[in-house]
Design a protein around this ligand. Structure first.
Ligand code: RIB
Ligand code: CA
Length: 321
């Protein structure tokens, strides 16, 4: 019986590779893709998702969702992914168009139609938050929730304190984290260092000389330059495909712990910071001073602290050969 996936995405170059993985997984049925403003505008992200669906020869609905965060102006990441989000190479859908229904309605209906599905979020959590606010009971219908987002106890990538998906809409992230969903949090730190595709691995993928392999690399050409500028690393950093790999095979996450996680929404300095109670100082009375204001905050998320890098890459490559 194939596993039902629902994917919410702000489709830019790394999201698109994650979509190729899910759409190519033999034991997965992607029931729907929903799009949200994030890396690029809602309209552009929707076009990019439709392009990925066409490239895979898949036939499933793509629903456009919200064009801005719950309470803030939309701020994109075209500085990292290119103006069109796919490296500005002219990748655009030939004939597919988005389904008429709004993504928030589609999320609720898809969960009802596929009880126990795996929800994978690759962008800001605006759509998911709105669906939860409208119908909190959908929590019971979701089997796993894999969130690409956050920077647990480490540096951010859009500010010193925050990772992009959470930073764009921190209020939405708080709604999701306090909804009762069993969130599996896959932070951006997991896709750095050894997990980055090296120049040699990039050449290897290109040598397979097929449309998916070429697209995976070409659409990330702008991101490769941006990574070099941002961190000095030469390669392609793929946070969404890492999260998708964990969604497809949870054992690729090799260190998981339950923690209380919350998100800063008031300070501009630390807006979007995922505050992770790594030592459980807020959950265990024995661990905290009596004056602590953080009382009785039990774990609300499973945080992934490490992945099996060779197995992450092998799974990715298996969809590009
Ligand atoms: O911080 C990385 C995340 O933000 C990825 O999902 C990337 O696509 C952007 O949405
Ligand atoms: Ca994304």
């Amino acid at each position: 019986m194939p596993r039902a996936f629902l994917i919410d995405t702000d489709t830019a170059s790394d999201d698109a590779v994650a979509l190729l993985m899910a759409l190519g997984a033999p034991d997965v049925c992607v029931a729907a893709i929903t799009t949200v403003a994030g890396n690029v505008s809602l309209e552009q992200g929707t076009r990019n998702a439709l392009y990925a669906v066409e490239l895979c020869g898949a036939d499933l609905p793509v629903y456009a969702g919200t064009s801005k965060p719950l309470m803030r102006a939309h701020q994109d990441a075209t500085w990292f992914h290119g103006q069109d989000g796919l490296g500005d190479h002219g990748f655009r859908p030939r004939h597919r168009t988005a389904a008429a229904k709004h993504a928030v309605d589609a999320i609720i209906e898809t969960i009802h139609a596929n009880p126990g599905l795996t929800l994978v979020t690759l962008g800001p959590l605006t759509n998911i938050a709105l669906a939860l606010l409208r119908e909190p009971g959908i929590v019971a219908g979701i089997g796993r929730t894999v969130v690409m987002g956050g920077n647990p106890c480490c540096e951010g990538n859009v500010t010193p304190a925050a990772e992009f998906n959470i930073w764009v809409d921190p209020e939405a992230a708080r709604v999701v984290l306090h909804s009762g969903l069993r969130v599996e949090l896959v932070g951006w730190q997991l896709c750095r260092g050894e997990a980055v595709l090296s120049p040699a691995e990039i050449e290897g993928v290109l040598s397979w000389n097929n449309p998916r392999a070429r697209f995976a690399i070409e659409s990330n050409s702008y991101a490769r330059q941006a990574l070099m500028t941002q961190t000095g690393e030469d390669g392609i950093c793929l946070p969404d495909p890492v999260a998708m790999a964990v969604a497809l095979d949870p054992s690729i996450g090799t260190a998981w712990y339950d923690h209380y996680v919350d998100v800063e929404t008031r300070s501009e300095l630390t807006r979007g910071m995922t505050v992770v109670d790594r030592l459980n100082v807020a959950g265990d009375p024995r661990n905290r001073p009596r004056w602590s204001s953080l009382l009785d905050r039990p774990p609300n998320a499973r945080v992934c602290w490490a992945i099996d890098v060779p197995r992450w890459k092998e799974l990715l490559f298996s969809f590009l050969r």
